[in-house]
Design a binder for this molecule. Sequence first.
Ligand code: G6P
Length: 608
Amino acid sequence: MCGIVGYTGMQEAAPILLEGLKRLEYRGYDSAGIAVINGNEISVRKVSGRIAKLCEITNDGAACPGKVGIGHTRWATHGAPTDINAHPHVSNDGKFAVVHNGIIENYLALREELINKGYHFESETDTEVVVQLLEMYYKGDLKSAVMRVSSRLQGSYALGVVCSDAPDEIVAIRESSPLIIGIGAGENYFASDITALVSYTKNVIYLEDGEFAQITPDTVMIYDLLGNPVSKKVQRVTWDVQAAEKGGYEHFMLKEIVEQPRAVEATIRPRIRDNRVVLEEEGLNAEFLRGIKRIYITACGSAYYAGCVGRYAIESLCRIPVSTELASEFRYGDPMVDSETLVIVLSQSGETADTIAAIKESKSKGAPVLAIVNVVGSSVAKLADFTLYTWAGPEIAVATTKGYTTQLALLYLFALYTAGELGRIDEKTYRHMLRSLRSLPQKIQESVDLNPLIENYADDYRDARSIFFIGRNSDYGAAMEGALKMKEISYIHAEAYAAGELKHGTIALIEEHQPVIALCCNDTVREKTMNNIIEVKARGADVLALAEKRDADIISIADRMLWLPEVEPVFAGAVEIIPLQLLAYYTAKARNCDIDKPKNLAKSVTVE
Ligand code: G6P
């Protein structure tokens, strides 16, 4: 996600903005910029790349004199990470500058409207519509203009606005994106993230959705969207910078686990309109899909396991054969792909060497490539024929969590879209599946809410020498990702087995007290997995089972249960993985492991 910061007071604004932006660096970004009001003019400096470069070209802010300003770190969404796409954006008349965190979902329609009225656009961003709308609606009162503009915007945004006609004022507005006002003495601030503020002030006001603040050096007025004043409490922050970076969580991994409902919502919501999944703007259409006879999914690490789980959704909804293969195998396996094979690659970073090689191999054989990727403008996104972005925001912990679930969310969307376009499911089933998909963020939240219970369970695993994860079909995919999470961060040997394979060898390893985690979330194979639980229990295993509440009879055969919310079986993978992430997290914590930076592992594997 992007970061925003603003200052109005008696000091020079630019050095304060640059310092605030540096505090936001940990979140990940690809470009940065500041706008400062100097007399009646707004001066803007922005660059792709690091904040150090921005400091260099502004002589640490000295080249941008002025006491009111706004700043931004961008994590590219709409448009590549270039100087021009970097924020702040400025109106055609030069009077307004805007920084934005979030996504304006109806920006294409607004852009067209503005172009028809004679406005021109410099960047490819969704944000630029905001600043041109401000120019259009401004009649001498910044507050009224901001209210008019916000009534036209759909999506999520935290915006900071300056206007050269109001040289000591900033307006900051929030809708579904965090925004905090910092209160100083004779100076005030805003930021998207408390980290940018704590070294200046610990007195803050948290804005709620649909509120905006008019900020001058001596006053902070908060309003609702009708312009009625809202009275807010000033709160005292006790976090230091380090705690603030992690949003108060002990580790980035836990913060990112908890962020999953929101990340999945951000990935799904913009792609559902008028009760349909809409992927046309991202290049897909029925005609193209009709030419596809089979699908390969290829990726590395967790992204590969997302493919293993997503495969079942595509096959079951679309009835197209899907093979999932590790990119490191695929690239050297002389894969049998052609123009009728869609190759789907998954990658959080978009820079994984084997995944990139798999794309090149596929393209050389004439196969179209669809990338599901988190980093805009990354190599994978550039090489693929179609790109669907997961709107997970930057992921800092090495072990992926929200990157994984948002990949799954996109595979589910793709499956439902394709099934609908190809007429493979009837309208009633389509609607039912769509409702289920829409409810996924809520179901994931219910799964995250198991957190305290799982923390208690983790002590039972801290001294385990090995843990088995079993399941069938999509549960098996989730078992593989659960086992990977456990070994990555706790260093306990963990293996996933297709439950039906136990008898073919693995059961020889089951003895008294052997921990087994059984996934029973997929209705279609539930009875079968229950039989496997009985088999391992008979050999003394200690079984923790994950099942939906409606499957109450499992309690009589497992030692312990984690009850998950009910969800359509094809989408269960995104819900059942959450407790496994949490279990790995708390087990690693109990073993004093370096959770965010596990030994020998890298976040992005850019070499073979
Ligand atoms: C590394 C990371 C994993 C990730 C894998 C693939 O191993 O530690 O979390 O799943 O790479 O990375 P990608 O960026 O392509 O999803």
